[in-house]
Design a protein around this ligand. Structure first.
Ligand SMILES: *Cc1c(COP(=O)(O)O)cnc(C)c1O
Length: 338
């Protein structure tokens, strides 16, 4: 059996028992195949290696107090992978097969789903890559879809704690008419250099501004951004933001809690008016923001100076986690119980 120290897990890769694969050839996806290998063999000229035909997803499975396993909003991830695939001209993987593949991976790696009490979860990583041997720049005609899973620790080992972010204007993650709205490796490659600068300076991530005018807030590293003021949840709308499923869920829960929701362009100066701010995504649900430093403009926006998250961030975080772990009723049909 397992000798995993669930309390010591980080957000890293650990070998699990099985992964699932499907191959696209001659215009058709193959039936799902179960593999116990961590390796992929592919042609040296595969389009994913040269021209970035690659998209991925990230979702989680949680074990409840009742010991049942719950998967959060997998259909939304299936649909988003299709949108990403269209964006880089790859074959779309059917939603129904995506859901079956995720269920299969979770079932076959059930012994890696952390216990309820640990606050850890099983991270599920579906990906789709172009495998056609090609040197000319054009979309391929062979693809490989895979799903693997790995247990990950609670994001906040030391509790739900606000951390600082930095505005850097000399890098863009994505362009307004580029690929920012789809979940592809290329966007991450474009963000690594600025991300490293932020980390070296002691920040969690870069708060990107819109690439065209540098007037509006875009994304917060690999997460969406939101601010809270006057009982309102405000999240940027732009042509280069990845539609976060966590953000979408928080907007629904905010309304349920009687908090107004605004999704609109957010000017940088508006940061000065927010009572709370956060980054959101599957990895952490919410990472509260303690402070945003705008070094070029010699400004610092402070949201938490005592190391504690704001009340709205805390309420939203607890509510979403409660649905994911099955502590609260799944009113919106977000959860698939295994
Ligand atoms: C995946 C991702 C997010 C978060 O999306 P979730 O569906 O909430 O996990 C936000 N921004 C970027 C750039 C991402 O790639």
């Amino acid at each position: 059996m397992n000798d995993i120290n669930w309390g010591e897990l980080s957000f890293g890769y650990m070998k699990t028992d099985y992964n699932v694969r499907s191959y696209y050839r001659n215009g058709k996806w193959s039936e799902l195949e179960i593999s116990d290998s961590e390796q992929v063999t592919m042609h040296i000229a595969s389009t994913c290696l040269h021209y970035g035909q690659e998209a991925f997803e990230g979702l989680k499975a949680f074990r409840g107090k009742d010991r049942k396993i719950r998967i959060f909003r997998m259909r939304d991830n299936a649909l988003r992978l299709q949108a990403s695939s269209r964006g880089v001209k790859m074959a779309e993987f059917p939603v129904e097969m995506f859901e079956r593949a995720v269920l299969e991976v979770v079932k076959r790696n059930e012994r890696f789903v952390p216990p309820y009490e640990s606050g850890a979860s099983l991270y599920i990583r579906p990906l789709l890559i172009g495998t056609s041997a090609q040197v000319g720049v054009k979309p391929g005609n062979e693809y490989l879809f895979m799903v693997f899973a790995t247990p990950v620790g609670p994001y906040f080992k030391t509790g739900f704690k606000p951390t600082p972010y930095i505005i850097i204007r000399s890098f863009d993650r994505a362009a307004p008419q580029g690929t920012g709205t789809i979940k592809i490796g290329g966007n991450y490659a474009a963000s690594l250099a600025a991300g490293e600068i932020a980390h070296e300076k002691g920040y969690s991530a870069v708060l990107y501004l819109d690439a065209k005018e540098k007037k509006f807030i875009d994304e917060c590293g690999p997460a969406n951004f939101f601010g809270i003021k006057n009982n309102t949840y405000i999240t940027p709308r732009s042509a280069s933001i990845l539609p976060s499923i966590t953000n979408k869920s928080l907007m629904v829960l905010a309304e349920e809690l009687g908090i107004r929701v605004e999704c609109r362009p957010v000017p940088v100066e508006e940061l000065a008016t927010f009572e709370e701010a956060g980054a959101c995504g599957t990895a952490a649900v919410i990472s509260p923001v303690s402070r945003i430093d705008d070094i070029e403009e010699k400004k610092s926006y402070v949201f938490s100076s005592d190391g504690t998250p704001g009340p709205v961030c805390l309420k939203l975080y607890n509510k979403l986690r409660a649905i994911q772990y099955g502590d609260e009723e799944d009113k919106y049909g977000w959860v698939t119980v295994l």
